[in-house]
Design a protein around this ligand. Structure first.
Ligand code: CAA
Length: 394
């Protein structure tokens, strides 16, 4: 067992930290307040290679491992979670989904644009009546001649207003239930794609979240991903990896809350000494540090399992569940450590607290993560304490 990062991983971590602290931090409060999309920041993230980190160099990506992606997500999420969710959806849902399951033609056509950030992608699964219960797809894709005719509405779509490529999940053969679902690449400028108003959200306010309507949208047959009926499995497999990205985002929120609290507690004085010298505050920091370490082990381990081609379904749900609970709990504590200052925007922790909430909701709520973990236990796919080479049974 080794806990050391490679030289390359350390370099990625440092580059992401530098970018987050020096480029993202200066305007993050204003963007959040105004719900302003981080156009310039996302352009720079594309240039620096943060938008297609795991995409093979053959298609213009960084060819990096999941661990490097997690480290970059963590650093960026300490500061700007609107940027990190845009990054996460593009990397682990859209690029990974296309590269893993797409045809050679789909990969060659779309990945270079997505990996460079020239195009941003969105993952269109949720519907007004299909959130946690993702099999209940009302959007339909009916096969006609050389195309599918797509009709329906998707909700809460991250990158909904800016993405040029949508991965749309739709019911193609209603009589087959979830086995009749397919996923399609839809270019956003296709006739019949209508983007609703930008949502006014509690957190991640400068990311753009929209409802999208598809009205008789003609999707070429070659834009279906995988075999007929593969769409639900595509969504589940892709989300298993996506959840590692959101777990890293939550880890970053917890880590950012801790770093800001520690700096403040060392500086701020009350009753004649720095507040970190008061046990009431020191214990809060101790609890934060412990939970962050525990979350880190789960998140890094899920990334390691994925990088080593082992089953990571349950591990990614555990990582997301634990890290998002830690992010929520400790961002609230960070506001408390800051007292009155914590309640105003200038000190950054109230934003992290608002951003933390969504990590318990998107890419599967905490309740859904427990469903996934419990079902894997039932199937015997659970962690067992071993003295041997691997602590996972698959
Ligand atoms: N990998 C491969 N296949 C899987 C799978 C996985 N991880 N999980 C399930 N499946 C397969 C099953 O084997 C089954 O296939 P067969 O019938 O052929 O055997 C099929 O999928 C249906 O599985 P279930 O019976 O378990 O399905 P279910 O209806 O009980 O739902 C669920 C399972 C885990 C609850 C699922 O619906 C789910 O994950 N819901 C949450 C949806 C979600 O995460 N939404 C996030 C929206 S995207 C987003 O938030 C992005 C963003 O913008 C930030």
């Amino acid at each position: 067992m080794t806990f050391e990062l490679t030289e390359e991983q350390l370099a990625v971590q440092e580059a992401a930290r530098d970018f987050a602290q020096n480029v993202l931090r200066p305007g993050v409060i204003e963007r959040d307040t105004k719900m302003e999309y981080p156009t310039e920041q996302i352009r720079q993230m594309g240039e620096l290679g943060f938008l297609g980190m795991m995409v093979s160099p053959e298609y213009g990506g960084g060819g990096m491992d999941t661990m490097s992606y997690v480290l970059a997500m963590e650093e960026i999420s300490k500061v700007d979670n609107s940027c990190s969710v845009i990054m996460s959806v593009n990397n682990s849902l859209v690029c990974w989904g296309i590269e893993t399951f797409g045809t050679e033609q789909q990969k060659a056509k779309y990945l270079p644009k997505l990996a460079s950030g020239e195009w941003i992608g969105s993952f269109c699964l949720s519907e007004p009546e299909a959130g946690s219960d993702a099999t209940m797809q009302r959007t339909t894709a009916i096969e006609k001649d050389d195309h599918y005719l797509l009709n329906g509405t998707k909700n809460w779509i991250t990158n909904g207003g800016t993405s040029k490529l949508h991965l749309v999940v739709a019911q193609t053969h209603p009589e087959l239930g979830h086995r009749g679902i397919n996923v399609f690449i839809v270019e956003a400028d296709t006739a019949g794609v209508v983007i609703g108003a930008k949502e006014d959200k509690l957190g991640i306010r400068s990311s753009d979240t929209h409802t999208i309507m598809y009205n008789d949208v003609k999707v070429p047959k070659e834009n279906r991903i995988g075999e007929d009926g593969f769409g639900f499995k595509f969504a589940m497999k892709t989300l298993s990896g996506g959840r590692i990205g959101i777990a890293a985002q939550a880890l970053g929120i917890a880590g950012g809350s801790y770093e800001l609290s520690l700096a403040y507690a060392e500086e701020r004085k009350a009753f004649g000494k720095a507040i970190i010298k008061h046990q009431a505050i020191a214990f809060k920091l101790a609890n934060m540090a412990m939970d962050i370490e525990a979350a880190k082990l789960l998140v890094y381990r899920a990334a390691w399992l994925k990088d080593n081609n082992m089953d990571y379904t349950s591990a990614s749900s555990m990582a997301k569940l634990y890290a998002s609970e830690a992010a929520m709990k400790h961002s609230v504590e960070a506001v408390q450590v800051h007292g009155g200052y914590g309640f105003v925007k200038e000190y950054h922790v109230e934003r992290l607290m608002r951003d933390a909430k969504i990590t318990q909701i998107y890419e599967g709520t905490s309740e859904i993560q427990r469903v996934v973990i419990a079902r894997n236990i039932e199937k015997g796919h659970h962690y067992v304490p071993t003295l041997g080479k691997s602590a996972v049974s698959v």
